[in-house]
Design a protein. Structure first.
Length: 114
C-alpha cells in the first residue's frame, strides 16, 4: 500500500516563502513522476509543478521563476520551494505520484495574506 504524507503548509504574508514536503512510502516503481497540484476554493485543481525520477521538471506559467520542485529518490520525497508568494497562491496543495497507478496525498493548506 502506497501512502503520500505532505507537510509544510501554513499561513504566510505576501512575499514570503514556504517549503512543502511529500514523502511516499510503500512499493513504488523506481521510474515514476511526482507532481504538486493545487486547488483554490471554487476552482478546478491545477498542476503546479512536476518532476520525473530522472530529474526533468516542468512548471505552470503562474509559478515559473518563483517555485522550485526537487526530489530525493533515495527517500521518495518531493519538495516544493515556494518563494515570492502571492495571495493568489492560496490553495490546498496536493502531492501526486504516478507509479504503477496514481496516488494522491491528503493535501496541505497554504494561505497567503496580503
Amino acid at each position: 500500500q502506497v501512502q503520500l504524507v505532505e507537510s509544510g503548509g501554513g499561513l504566510v504574508q505576501a512575499g514570503g516563502s514556504l517549503r512543502l514536503t511529500c514523502t511516499a512510502s510503500g512499493s513504488i516503481f523506481s521510474i515514476n513522476t511526482m507532481r504538486w497540484y493545487r486547488q483554490a476554493p471554487g476552482k478546478q485543481r491545477e498542476l503546479v509543478a512536476a518532476i520525473t525520477s530522472g530529474g526533468y521538471t516542468n512548471y505552470a506559467d503562474s509559478v515559473k521563476g518563483r517555485f522550485a520542485i526537487s526530489r530525493d529518490n533515495a527517500t521518495n520525497t518531493v519538495y516544493l520551494q515556494m518563494n515570492s508568494l502571492k495571495p493568489e497562491d492560496t490553495a490546498v496543495y496536493y502531492c501526486y505520484l504516478l507509479s504503477e497507478r496514481v496516488y494522491w496525498g491528503q493535501g496541505t493548506q497554504v494561505t497567503v495574506s496580503s
